[in-house]
Design a protein around this ligand. Structure first.
Ligand code: ADP
Length: 397
């Protein structure tokens, strides 16, 4: 029972209850060391006295419990009232008369964490060596169970703290992305207006302003998308479209950067016809694939190759983005799909990005009931694969 009770309060109740029954005494109490005050504090007791006793402090100096801790061994007191270490104060608080006490230290890994005391043995005989044995055994088992329950408690608290921090982070991402979007729309709007009027060198400068503002908007849109995925707020807007055309649009959008990095980007479609028509949310599939191709470009050195392979087989659409880039160590392969996870250390990283592209891609694929995964060899390259079921198959299941 001790080992299977993981919550501190019920555990302490089991311990005091068992000790009382096993030693046939009137009551039993547990005091635990309070790390902050360095004093012992009653945490649990049997009988009607528990509530009155709880949280009452006992000093380590000149007390029976303190003496058990210091000597680190069981202590039997047959006549408490005549023991100089005995304080009548506790009895007065709970309206009880203590006659005899058997106390044992509660110890975990050589550290005393408290004291277990059984009080007033019933009958005339008083405490015997069996009682000492039983209480000692129970005490040592109980101490471990108490420590485990406390550790679990700490772990649960840490988890709650972490969830709170995670919520704060989510709220921040949400607020920041919305706040950034409005002024950026103004910049983009006016810069677009000016495009028609500005001539000469200023026109080139304006193009730089515009393209930087567009990049910024793409980043903010990513943040907004991430928030929608987290909040489970994305809805599918299905339409029939050509997967081949979508991929050609992605490659067209990224053509300039592919050329500037002297990368070779190839595509293959099987079958190369209308079977590649997909009933899905085009914008979301676009986002997922564009994120993969963007990464392939980013993490492949100049002169490298990127291949996009698209196939329709087994009623499914298979889209692979294969690069000859830096590759991903095995230990990171699962985690790169987590939000904000990047293989490189944040402060020393060479590659830009917020670490959310793959989590967005994953969210967009999974809402279509598809799957995404990566295979990779460090130093040789990576292959990201998306498998999307056909809409008819999803509706059937
Ligand atoms: P970002 O690219 O903005 O850092 P992502 O979520 O898109 O964020 O990717 C997370 C991480 O996964 C990247 O930082 C990188 O470490 C790794 N990664 C993604 N794609 C590739 C790739 N094609 N080659 C090597 N590493 C990659």
């Amino acid at each position: 029972m001790l080992n299977s009770t993981l919550s501190l309060e019920p555990l302490l109740q089991i311990i005091v209850q068992s000790a009382t029954e096993l030693t046939d005494t009137e009551t039993c109490s547990i005091m635990l060391m309070d790390k902050n005050t360095g004093e012992l504090r009653f945490e649990e007791a049997t009988g009607g006295v528990a509530d009155a006793l709880k949280k009452v402090s006992v000093p380590l100096e000149n007390s029976i419990a303190g003496s058990i801790i210091r000597k680190d061994r069981p202590l039997l007191i047959r006549d408490a009232k005549n023991d100089p270490r005995w304080h009548g104060g506790v009895d007065e608080t709970i309206d009880f008369e203590t006659r005899s006490i058997l106390g044992v230290p509660l110890k975990v890994r050589n550290k005393v964490i408290g004291v277990l005391e059984v009080i007033n043995k019933r009958g005339k005989e008083g405490f015997n060596s069996d009682d000492i044995q039983i209480t000692t055994t129970l005490g040592s088992q109980a101490a471990i169970a108490i420590e485990n329950a406390r550790l679990l408690d700490k772990l649960q608290q840490a988890y709650r703290d972490l969830s709170e921090v995670d919520q704060i982070k989510n709220d921040f991402v949400s607020i920041a992305s919305h706040e950034l979007r409005t002024p950026l729309s103004v910049i983009l709007g006016y810069a677009t207006f000016l495009r028609d009027d500005v001539k000469g060198a200023a026109s080139q400068q304006l193009e730089i302003v515009l393209s930087s503002a567009m990049k910024l908007r793409a980043l903010i849109d990513d943040m907004i998308n991430l928030r929608h995925i987290q909040a489970d707020e994305i809805r599918l807007e299905r339409s029939m479209f050509s997967l081949k055309q979508l991929i050609l649009d992605v490659t067209k959008e990224l053509a300039q950067i592919v050329t500037s990095k002297r990368l070779v980007l190839t595509t293959k479609f099987t079958p190369d016809n209308s079977f590649l028509n997909l009933d899905a949310d085009r914008q979301k599939i676009y986002l997922a694939i564009a994120n993969l191709v963007n990464n392939a470009i980013k993490f492949t050195a100049e002169g490298g190759r990127i291949h996009i392979n698209v196939e329709f087989k087994e009623h499914k659409y298979w889209i692979s983005v294969i690069d000859t880039g830096i590759g991903i160590p095995e230990t990171d392969r699962e985690r790169i799909f987590d939000q904000f996870y990047q293989v490189e250390a944040p402060l020393t990283r060479k590659y830009q990005g917020m670490g959310i592209g793959l989590s967005i891609a994953k969210g967009m694929v999974e809402i279509h009931k598809g799957r995404i995964w990566v295979e990779s060899v460090v130093g040789k390259g990576s292959k990201f694969t998306i498998v999307l079921p056909s809409a008819a198959d999803v509706q059937d299941t």
